[in-house]
Design a protein. Sequence first.
Length: 177
Amino acid sequence: MTTGHVLLGLLSRGQQHGYDLKRAHDAAFPSARPIAPGQVYTALERAASKGWVELAAVERDGGPDRRVYALTAAGRAELERWAGSTEPPDALLSHPLATRATVAMLALGPDAARAFLDRQRVAVVDRMRELTRTKTDPALTLGERLATDHAIAHLDADVRWLEAAAERVVDLTEEIR
């Protein structure tokens, strides 16, 4: 995902200036890191150089000039292309949980690895419960609900992996004996 494509999506709702785009981003994606104003303007400049956005107006209201941007036909076509494409899965199969469990197994032995996996499972299940309670809040936006559902699905996969890894540690312990 690129900041530029997200801004194209936000501009599809109408002309906006950079600060409005920053606020719209932060409101639409509250679980993401807030976007910095510099990121917004850099992405807008890059999109303008590609012909995806254009300067629609410059507003003067007692302060610094405020540039208003609009999505171009080429920008809409790029947005449709991007939104219709798939996000490739990560090429690397490395994950901090797997790395930590492996190091615990190699350096500290199977009991330490199993203890880590058990503690991690408890932490992940606690987070899933918290998110499950959160997602029933009627004040959540659609974006917040989608992000919460996505996080819960990933945490569920982590729980299944932790359980499988704990069984493997037991199997490895038996093989070592």
